[in-house]
Design a protein around this ligand. Structure first.
Ligand code: KIV
Ligand code: ZN
Length: 530
């Protein structure tokens, strides 16, 4: 297996260039994307993929927000050894202590504290004076240092904060013991030259600035998150906060894969190195997309399906003569594989495991047994099994572990005239079979109505999408649903060669997420209270 430390796949990416640390916040800021909530096994799966990718710091969550978030940060901190594991905290004693408990036992743990500093946040959100913000910063950074030696402080909305005041806060945080100073463009309002100038100013004016690492954290509201992050590096930042596929609040965060490949492809402009094994970018992107249910747009740079597709004849001709005429990156360098047909019914367990590992899934023996059984069952329905099928299979397998309700059986009657009826049998969380039937306006509606009756959860269906994940008549269908339940948006995906079964699975996944969210948020602080 590749290890991040040995996998520099470009001779340009040598330690001769100054290192930029990659801080991935897919599991925290990324998970704040509406409908993208992840459960513990999913978070662990992504954390391991990020560790293998070579990420320096994994922000695993916001421990105070719920017992589930605490547990996730704690579990990631216990399992990950090659990356630092960070937990987020507001600038309060409760938050910092909770984050400290979550990451305190990590091989390398970090507490990341944030407090807004801009005038607009001070006056309208916090209702706190400048001095009080400095006092809270100092107190809480000092408290965090009692738990870990590695403390990051973020003056939230830094890019809209008066520079002289920002310098004062940053100075106080450094004096109190912060080792990384992250200056976020929280609302995605900055431009590259402005954002760079902020880092240059701080590095020049804050005493002790040279002894800490400055970090960028950009949101993509103006589509400038990656440009701003790179500009920050040119201005002296040596840590970049980003997410896989650029997922995150609103328009998202800066996309990890784009930042890394910009530095690697244009060392003349960005002479910096990272520890990222770029061949893992596409598998990691797929994993995050599969588990969060957030599709990657086809034309997305680096990891989009069309990122290396050449349609125009003149381009195809050029590529055939000399690849570099129209390609600035070798697709294999970011993890695209030429031959996507991987396995068939007669493939063995070893080949199956190896391909899953290449795709970033590392299974223990028990899980491998179950997944291999499902693979053989799929092989009976489908002759050729592609990477997309394996991703779908893994999605289903990870779900089986955490589903409160599981689909056991489905019978649907529908036709051109008359009402459709569906009879659904589920296994509840104790393994007991429960069956009910319902009528509906078509077979899908009838199935969803039966599931609502069985689970006693009724939610509004906002979107229902069907697509085929590979080509051909035997292809598996992917159904994605979006539901709203008491202001919570949730997504669910289901895969099957039978589209009705895929629909029921997608719906049930979303219903299970609603159950988990309602169980875990009762009486808890919301991250939005920050
Ligand atoms: O965007 C932001 O300001 C944040 C902070 C918590 C770092 O996500
Ligand atoms: Zn953010």
């Amino acid at each position: 297996m590749d290890t991040p430390d040995t996998q520099y796949n470009s001779s340009r990416d040598t330690p001769a260039y100054p290192r930029v640390m990659i801080f991935d916040t897919t599991l925290r800021d990324g998970e704040q994307s509406p409908g993208a909530s992840l459960n513990l096994p999913e978070k662990l799966e992504i954390a391991h993929a990020l560790e293998n990718l070579g990420v320096d710091i994994i922000e695993a969550g916001f421990p105070i927000t719920s017992p589930g978030d605490f547990e996730a940060v704690h579990a990631v901190a216990a399992e990950i050894t090659n990356s630092t594991v960070a937990g987020l905290a507001r600038c309060t004693e409760r938050d910092v202590r909770r984050a400290g408990e979550a990451v305190g036992k990590a091989a390398r743990g970090r507490i990341h504290i944030f407090l807004a500093t801009s005038k607009i946040h001070r006056e309208f959100k916090l209702k706190k004076a400048k001095e009080e913000i400095i006092r809270l910063t100092v107190e809480n950074v000092k408290l965090a240092r009692e738990y870990v030696a590695d403390v990051e402080f973020s003056p939230e909305d830094a890019s809209r904060t008066e520079l002289d005041y920002l310098a004062e806060v940053v100075h106080a945080a450094i004096e109190a013991g912060a080792t990384t100073i992250n200056c976020p463009d929280t609302v995605g309002n900055a431009t590259p030259s402005e954002y760079r100038a902020m880092f240059e100013y701080l590095l020049q004016h804050v005493p002790g600035a040279k002894n800490v690492i400055f970090s960028s954290h950009c949101h993509n509201d103006l589509g400038l998150a990656v440009a701003n992050s790179l500009s920050a590096v040119l201005g002296g930042a040596r840590q970049v906060e980003c997410t896989i596929n650029g997922i995150g609040e609103r328009a998202g965060n800066a996309a990890l894969e784009e930042i890394v490949m910009a530095m690697r492809t244009r060392p003349d402009q960005f002479p910096f190195s990272t520890r990222i094994n770029s061949r893992r970018l596409v598998p990691c992107s797929r994993l995050v997309s599969t588990l969060t249910g957030l599709h990657v747009q086809r034309n997305k740079a680096i990891v989009g399906e069309n990122a290396f597709a050449h349609e125009a004849g003149i381009h195809q001709d050029g590529i055939l003569k000399e690849r570099s005429t129209y390609e600035i990156i070798v697709p294999e360098d970011v993890g695209w594989v030429q031959n996507k047909l991987v396995l068939g019914k007669h493939s063995g367990r070893h080949a199956f495991r190896q391909r899953l590992e290449e795709l970033g899934h590392h299974l223990d023996e028990a899980m491998l047994d179950r997944a291999f059984e499902a693979f053989k069952a799929l092989g009976d329905k489908k002759k050729e099994i592609y990477d997309e099928d394996l991703e779908a299979l893994m999605d289903e397998q990870l779900k089986t572990d955490r589903q409160l309700f599981q689909l056991k059986n489905l019978q649907v009657m529908a036709g051109t005239y008359g009402v459709a009826t569906a009879t659904v049998t589920l296994l509840d969380s104790t393994g007991v079979e429960i069956t009910d039937a319902a009528i509906g306006d078509g077979p899908v509606d009838a199935m969803f109505a039966a599931i609502q009756r069985l689970t006693r959860i009724s939610a509004q269906l906002d979107s229902f999408q069907v697509r085929s994940i590979t080509g051909g008549r035997e292809a598996q269908g992917e159904v994605t649903v979006e539901l709203t339940h008491h202001n919570h948006k949730v997504r669910g995906r289901g895969f099957s060669t039978d589209i009705l079964e895929a629909s029921a699975k997608a719906y049930l996944t979303a219903i299970n997420r609603i159950r988990t969210i309602t169980q875990r948020t009762v009486g808890q602080a919301s991250p939005l209270d920050a």
